[in-house]
Structure formats: structure tokens, C-alpha cells
Design a protein around this ligand. Structure first.
Ligand code: SAH
Length: 250
């Protein structure tokens, strides 16, 4: 009697232990996901810097809401990741201000079936925003260390539709042409002809153009029935486009 009571108690305790553990386990695994500590800052950025300034494309707004910008800046700058300004990303380069990323993405009218080319991968943030909307994103970075870091970061985050190439983006990526949209995030002194050639019919390109050291004109280029149309849309300040040697301006 006594032995069987003890045995039952032990069995009960074991069963109790497992059911409590299971509850705790289920509670953790099926409850709400751990809250992104930057979620609030990102929401504020979208409300005050993106929507309030006139960005209307819902796909762009959703992408800006989703991509964790703090993971694209150096660790000691994470607290400033959602500020209304560009930030240094190493090697004298910068990640663009959130509004500029949204403005350029909206100007390209990217749709879900589109193939997009980016020149100037930098941190990979702009590529990630594009990849939330487009089918495929091809991005070229001339500084090997920045390009490799961006590639690792984007792979680690699960972006399977972005390909990063290390090289001179002036020449574009002829093997993957034509592109429905091209975005250039470094400034050449004139629009590179290879990029215009690699635009698809009906394609759009957004590109800052200007003398080294000066303010540039953000130009929207459209290819319609083989004709090229250009429209200056805003004054901007981007890092210069450099050549393979990484020193000479174009
Ligand atoms: N789009 C980036 C920011 C770009 S900063 C982001 O979201 O973080 C501009 C980048 O253009 C720099 O990383 C710079 O190294 C790169 N760059 C400059 N000249 C280039 C060229 N000829 N081809 C490709 N990348 C170039």
C-alpha cells in the first residue's frame, strides 16, 4: 500500500514536471515573438520621416517598416540607426538617410516581378529594401571589404533574392541585363552609358550626377520606346563613384 502510494506520488511528480515543462516550452515557442527592441524607433521613423514627407507607395512604406536598419550600421551606432541622417559604415562611406532610400525606391516604381540593379552596395540596406519588393536584386560594390560584409549580412538575414558582386559598377552587370530598374547610390560626373544600355524597355533609373565635391542632381532616367528621357528631381549629396583603383573620379 505504502510502496504503491510512493510510486504513484513519484509518477505524479514526474508527469507534473513534464507537463509544466511542456507548458513553459509551448508558452515560449508559440507566444508572441521576442519584441524587436528597435521596433518603436523604426515605426517613428516611418511615420515622421517617410509618410509625413509624402512617400505614398505602400510597398515602399511596408519595406521601410520591415527592414531592420540597425543591423546595417556599426554596432556602436545602432542607437542612431533610425535618425534622420546618413551614418558612417566604414572606409569613408555612408548608409543613406532613410528618407532618401524611400524617395529613390519610390521613384523607381518597383513591382514584385522586377529585376533591379544597384550600384554601390555599401551596407546592403538599400538592396534589402528593394529585395522586399522586387523579384531579384543585383548589387555591385567596388570596395571588397564592404561588399563581402554586406553579402554575409544579407545571406545571414535570409535574403535569397540578392546577389552581391565585387567590381566596378560603372560597367553594370551585362550578364544579368535587362533591368527594369537601376539605382545608383554613388555619384558619377555623368550618366554611365553601359547602365543606360542595360535598362529594359520601360525601365527606370535613379542616379545622382555631379562634379566631385559638389552638390549633385538626382536624375530620373526613363527608357520609353527606345527613347531616353531625363528629369532632375532633387539636389543631393552622395559619395563619388570611383574607378577600379578606388581613387580617380569619373
Ligand atoms: N546603398 C548603400 C550606400 C551606398 S554608399 C547602402 O544602402 O548602405 C556608396 C557606395 O558606393 C560605397 O560603398 C562605395 O564604395 C560604392 N562605390 C563607389 N564607386 C563605385 C563603383 N564604381 N562601383 C560600385 N560601387 C561603388
Amino acid at each position: 500500500m505504502e510502496t504503491s502510494f510512493i510510486r504513484e506520488t513519484v509518477v505524479f511528480k514526474i508527469a507534473y514536471f513534464f507537463s509544466v515543462s511542456l507548458l513553459i516550452f509551448c508558452g515560449i515557442s508559440s507566444g508572441s515573438p521576442p519584441k524587436d527592441p528597435f521596433w518603436d524607433l523604426r515605426e517613428k521613423m516611418v511615420t515622421h520621416q517617410i509618410i509625413a514627407r509624402g512617400i505614398k507607395d505602400l510597398r515602399v512604406i511596408e519595406a521601410m517598416r520591415k527592414v531592420p536598419r540597425h543591423l546595417f550600421v556599426p554596432e556602436d551606432m545602432r542607437g542612431s540607426a533610425y535618425d534622420d541622417r546618413p551614418l558612417p559604415i566604414g572606409e569613408g562611406q555612408t548608409i543613406s538617410q532613410p528618407y532618401i532610400v524611400a524617395f529613390m525606391t519610390e521613384a523607381l516604381h518597383v513591382s514584385p516581378g522586377d529585376t533591379v540593379l544597384e550600384i554601390g552596395t555599401g551596407s546592403g540596406y538599400q538592396a534589402a529594401v528593394l529585395a522586399e519588393i522586387a523579384k531579384e536584386v543585383y548589387t555591385i560594390e567596388i570596395r571588397p571589404r564592404l561588399g563581402e560584409r554586406a553579402r554575409e549580412r544579407l545571406n545571414g538575414m535570409g535574403y535569397g533574392n540578392i546577389a552581391v558582386k565585387i567590381g566596378d559598377g560603372y560597367k553594370g552587370w551585362p550578364e544579368k541585363m535587362p533591368f527594369n530598374a537601376i539605382i545608383v547610390t554613388c555619384a558619377p560626373q555623368e550618366i554611365p552609358k553601359p547602365l543606360v544600355d542595360q535598362l529594359a524597355e520601360g525601365g527606370r533609373m535613379i542616379i545622382p550626377v555631379g562634379e566631385r565635391g559638389g552638390v549633385q542632381e538626382l536624375v530620373l532616367v526613363r527608357k520609353e520606346k527606345g527613347m531616353i528621357r531625363q528629369e532632375a528631381v532633387m539636389k543631393v549629396l552622395f559619395v563619388p563613384m570611383v574607378t577600379d583603383e578606388g581613387i580617380t573620379a569619373r
